[in-house]
Design a protein around this ligand. Structure first.
Ligand code: CA
Length: 222
């Protein structure tokens, strides 16, 4: 399983990365909460420390939950009931109080991923809107059968819209997904990527602007 570890303590993180790897997982590690906001896209489960140097873990948890259903296991030195309750209410699937016991951690990773077998991704990986097809797993786009080259961010923007094809998606939702946090993202950069997407797809009638709100891929064009 692809396990994203968000932990600022090097010794703890190294030990966990080694142990997870030795037990058949593919761990990746980041020290900052801000990095978790984008790195979670490639994770089947997230192990989230609450005491992080940049942004409080509970805040990271809240922001991740706005954009993802990925199972999140909170690792905390704060064993007090209030922190644990706040983490669970904030969307954590489970929590472990430090020091972490490895066997228990492995069992809990298994348990939370059993409860969320899709890893937060919708089951259908290819979205088709008229003659545009977006393969969310392969990260490829075809228009009229021909491949279209997109940058990473352009694809990410399109993927957010494709996952909710036919429905309106707000600018904030797009920025949360692609840049990790709407408040950190530069709003202008979304406009730039959207303009590039429109030009590359060459299907202006498919990418609707919803004034004052956001965008929609496909759906009725009124
Ligand atoms: Ca910490």
């Amino acid at each position: 399983m692809r396990v994203l570890l968000v932990e600022d303590h090097d010794a703890v993180a190294n030990a966990l990365v080694d142990s997870l790897g030795a037990n058949g997982h593919q761990p990746t590690w980041c020290r900052l909460g801000a990095d978790a906001l984008t790195a979670h896209h490639d994770a089947d489960v997230v192990l989230l420390d609450l005491g992080l140097p940049d942004i409080d873990g509970l805040e990271i948890l809240r922001r991740l939950r706005r954009v993802s259903a990925v199972p999140i296991l909170v690792l905390t030195a704060r064993g007090d009931e209030r922190s644990v309750v706040r983490a669970l209410r904030g969307g954590a699937d489970d929590y472990l109080v430090k020091p972490i016991r490895l066997r228990e951690l492995l069992a809990r990773i298994e348990a939370v991923s059993r409860r969320a077998p899709s890893g937060g991704q919708p089951p259908s990986a290819v979205v088709r809107v008229t003659d545009v097809s977006v393969d969310l797993d392969a990260r490829t786009v075809h228009v009229g059968g021909d491949p279209v080259e997109l940058t990473t961010k352009e694809f990410d923007v399109l993927a957010v819209l494709a996952r909710k094809a036919g429905a309106a998606v707000s600018r904030q939702q797009i920025m949360d997904h692609v840049w990790g946090d709407a408040y950190l993202a530069v709003s202008r950069s979304l406009d730039v990527h959207m303009a590039a997407l429109r030009a590359k797809l060459d299907r202006p009638e498919l990418l609707h602007t919803i004034r004052g709100y956001g965008y929609r891929l496909g759906g009725s064009s009124s």
